[in-house]
Design a protein around this ligand. Structure first.
Ligand SMILES: Cc1cc2nc3c(=O)[nH]c(=O)nc-3n(C[C@H](O)[C@H](O)[C@H](O)COP(=O)(O)OP(=O)(O)OC[C@H]3O[C@@H](n4cnc5c(N)ncnc54)[C@H](O)[C@@H]3O)c2cc1C
Length: 291
């Protein structure tokens, strides 16, 4: 690994000033489970690595009944599933945080790092999209907000401009009439990346039908995908197996996967239908209290 300078600012202002000063020569470090591997393998270069974990806003985890969840970008995955109120309110996020690597990785790896690494197969991104998360970004020109579904632009690329830092993820408040689930398919029991993954969130109306739904996919396109047509199809429908199957069929329309050693295009597209149907059924079961 090439030598680099190390900084550990304690405020957002210090971090963004360093990012602006060093531009593309600077890399942000959260848990380091992606960036250290990439620096060691020469996949990325850095003159300076900026460790952001000492900035209080980046590790804040606040759940407020009306305000929803404020999740600091560098909050480790284990804090998400080990905080009972958070795991209960955002089960898809807890499901996905629980399968990022093993527990040693989960105690370092952050949800924001997963998002900023912007892998098409990242596990927490579909859950953020399904829960309609908003990304708060600080940079030289101030603060801006980007929906999680618009954050990734290509494999390993995202909307962050030079000098910008992802500070917080905001997830809307949830009620007892909504729930979610994430599931991925991997070819072996040991750690691996998803062949395909799906997160589903549904909200039931007073009439028992689905009042709102959001479905998102991983590992089946160049970026994690929001399955808008499938999500909209469910609105106003009864939460039946037949309707969940049809949503799975519609979700296949946003899948444009590649063939690789983990699976063929046909296999991955087929998995989309299976995983969407399953995660919708799990989300429904969780609303009913038996998930
Ligand atoms: C053994 C192993 C198993 C893994 N298994 C999985 C898995 O099952 N599923 C999965 O999805 N991933 C997996 N990963 C990948 C990795 O653990 C995750 O992507 C993790 O969430 C990254 O978080 P981090 O905090 O370690 O990020 P870092 O490595 O610290 O950062 C990742 C990238 O994001 C940038 N960054 C981080 N925080 C910010 C910020 N606040 N603002 C701007 N840029 C930022 C960094 O500069 C870097 O480019 C695995 C990795 C390993 C080593």
């Amino acid at each position: 690994m090439k030598p680099f300078d190390y900084a550990s600012p304690s405020t957002i202002q210090e971090a963004t000033a360093l990012l602006e000063q060093h531009g593309d020569d600077a890399r942000v470090l959260a848990g380091g489970t992606d960036i250290i591997v990439q620096l060691r393998e020469g996949l990325r270069d850095a003159e300076i690595v900026i460790d952001v974990k000492k900035i209080p806003e980046l590790t804040a985890l606040d759940l407020c009944n009306e305000g929803g969840l404020t999740l600091g970008a560098s909050t480790p995955c284990c804090d998400v599933y080990e905080t009972p109120d958070v795991a209960a309110a955002y089960p898809a996020l807890a499901d996905s945080a629980h399968i990022v690597g093993g527990w040693q990785i989960q105690s370092r790896a952050s949800v924001g790092g997963n998002l900023c690494n912007s892998s098409p197969a990242a596990d927490t991104i579909p859950s953020l999209i399904a829960h309609n998360a908003i990304c708060l970004i600080e940079g030289p020109t101030g603060t801006r907000e980007v929906a999680a579904q618009d954050f990734c632009t290509a494999p390993g690329r995202n909307v962050l401009e030079s000098g910008e830092l992802l500070v917080t993820l905001r997830l809307p408040a949830v009620s007892d009439s909504e729930s979610s689930a994430y599931e991925r398919f991997i070819r072996r029991n040991e750690m691996d990346i998803a062949v395909a993954g799906a997160a589903s969130w549904i909200k039931r109306g007073d009439d028992g039908n689905i009042a709102d739904a959001r479905i998102a996919l991983s590992a089946v396109a160049a970026t994690p995908q929001f399955a808008q047509e499938a999500s909209e199809y469910l609105v106003g429908k009864a939460p039946t197996e037949e309707n969940f199957s049809q949503a799975g069929e519609l979700a296949k329309n946003v899948a444009s996967p590649i063939d690789d050693m983990r699976g063929t295009v046909e296999y991955r597209v087929n998995l989309v239908g299976v995983l969407v149907k399953r995660t919708l059924a799990t989300a429904l079961a969780r609303i009913q209290g038996d998930g």
